[in-house]
Design a protein around this ligand. Structure first.
Ligand code: BG6
Length: 466
């Protein structure tokens, strides 16, 4: 087995931990938003707070050598003054020690969307104070866990939580406001750079990156109009995160275009200098699907998201910029996600050519309704999905892309945000209604075998190169 390549699964604190008000954990913006709107929530989720040992042991038994998870800010920091909750710190020490016990390399996300509500009440990501609070939180994490962690990432998917929270309005805080989307986006990218700075200044061991919800952009044809639409889509979907984190600059044409209608005076030279000076060591790419676009034709901006699992509802049209379209030849899930492994291969090559940074595929998986009362869920569709996407990774590696790890989403079934728990992604089934019983799915066993055999393939390749 090639020890350097990381094979594992991923989770996020809010989606699996449960224990939402235990051991002095404070409410997050998601706790409050879901409770206030009477929506299915993650109060219990996969009850990982109490069952992490079993879950991490199963990862190791499944041949995995790494685990990506996030730290809950409201579990670790009690208030705006920054008081540290030692019970929260202890919990993550237990996780890290359990990883060590089972030979699992931890890959830690500092922020996976669960902003403390005490910061949301101050304006959340619209308030620059939140950036400095995040920097302090990151420092606490580095100080307490720095000896046990070699792979850090600042944020999970800035594009997803900012666009959904402030532009589409389907995530908390549920706004539909372009100017506020711009503030939020800017603040998160600034906060990320502040955390990278804290990491460098503190001289901690290991590396730090960012995780992006990567949707490589394709056009319906080769016309100049389509190429322009593709650039708009790429700026909207990818470049404001990756260019900013990896190259230290927001895309200039995006800022110029936005400045025609919106205020950009909040972008300060001293912040931009921090962004320029504190770029990441690597990029994490979460890949579910690409974005296929055509030129904008007519009508108002429309952003409809499918959380129901009833096909054919989603829509993305950004007025004067681009329209997202479906490929009639592709297969789509019930939640309207295209299954398109080639997008991963092309996207990895593109990201490597643009940024020349090591890449981890930090999430990849398919969400499906499944009956978990059976002994072993026969998830052939997931096996096929993972097989095709891992092949795409291998092909990109053959073309010279420096890829260092693959994380299946998810290690086990968990709460899938606005889709609740019925949209399942896990390699291990969790029977939420039946004492949270865990049972490996067929994909878990397949992944184990694949890790063994592919590790050999990777080793042979390396040997051949040498
Ligand atoms: C990513 C997130 O966007 O995709 C995860 O990092 C999320 O938190 C996953 O669960 C799948 O998306 P969804 O909405 O189907 O749960």
């Amino acid at each position: 087995m090639d020890k350097n390549f990381l094979w594992g699964g991923a989770t996020a604190s809010y989606q699996c931990e449960g224990a939402w008000d235990i051991d002095d954990k404070q409410p997050s913006m998601w706790d409050c938003y879901l409770h206030e709107n009477n929506l299915e929530n993650g109060d219990v989720a996969s009850d990982y707070y109490h069952r992490y040992e079993e879950d991490i042991r199963m990862m190791a038994e499944g041949g995995q050598n790494t685990y990506r998870f996030s730290l809950s800010w409201p579990r670790i920091i009690k208030d705006k003054e920054g008081t540290v909750n030692l019970k929260g710190i202890d919990f993550y020490h237990r996780i890290l020690d359990t990883c060590k016990k089972y030979g699992i390399e931890p890959f830690v996300t500092i922020y996976h969307w669960d902003l403390p509500q005490y910061w949301e009440l101050e304006g959340g990501w619209l308030n620059k104070e939140t950036c400095y609070a995040f920097e302090q939180f990151a420092k606490v994490c580095f100080e307490h866990f720095g000896d046990k962690v070699s792979y850090w990432t600042t944020f999970n998917e800035p594009k997803w939580f900012i666009v959904n929270g402030y532009f589409i309005g389907n995530y908390p805080p549920g706004l539909q406001d372009v100017q506020k989307t711009m503030y939020g986006a800017y603040h998160v990218m600034y906060a990320s750079a502040l955390a990278v700075r804290a990491f460098r200044v503190g001289n901690y061991q290991g590396e730090i990156g960012i995780v992006h919800s990567y949707t490589p952009v394709n056009g319906v044809d080769n016309t100049i109009e389509t190429k322009i639409a593709m650039r708009y889509a790429d700026n909207y979907c990818n470049n404001w995160i990756l260019d900013t984190a990896a190259l230290g600059e927001f895309p200039i044409d995006l800022i110029a275009r936005l400045s025609e209608k919106y205020d950009v005076s909040f972008m300060k030279a001293e912040d931009l200098a921090v962004i320029k000076n504190y770029t990441v060591d690597f990029i994490g790419l979460n890949y579910y699907a690409r974005t296929l676009v055509k030129p904008y034709t007519e009508g108002e901006t429309q952003l409809v998201f499918n959380h129901s699992g009833k096909k054919g509802q989603s829509k993305v049209i950004i007025k004067d910029w681009f329209e997202q379209v479906k490929d009639p030849n592709s297969e789509y899930t019930a939640w309207d996600t295209e299954i398109y492994p080639k997008g991963l291969q092309d996207g990895l090559i593109e990201a490597w050519e643009r940024y020349e940074l090591p890449i981890f595929v930090t999430e990849n998986g398919v969400g499906v309704r499944e009956d978990v009362t059976v002994d072993c869920v026969q998830d052939d569709y997931r096996i096929e999905f993972m097989n095709d996407h891992i092949n795409a990774i291998m092909n990109a590696m053959d073309k010279g892309v420096d890829i260092r790890g693959y994380y299946a989403w998810a290690s086990f079934d968990l709460y899938s945000w606005k889709n609740g728990v019925e949209k399942r992604y896990g390699l291990v089934a969790v029977d939420f209604g039946n004492e949270q019983i865990r049972k490996p799915k067929a994909s878990y066993y397949w992944f184990k075998e694949m890790i063994e055999s592919n590790a050999k393939i990777i080793k042979r390749r390396k040997f051949e190169k040498e």
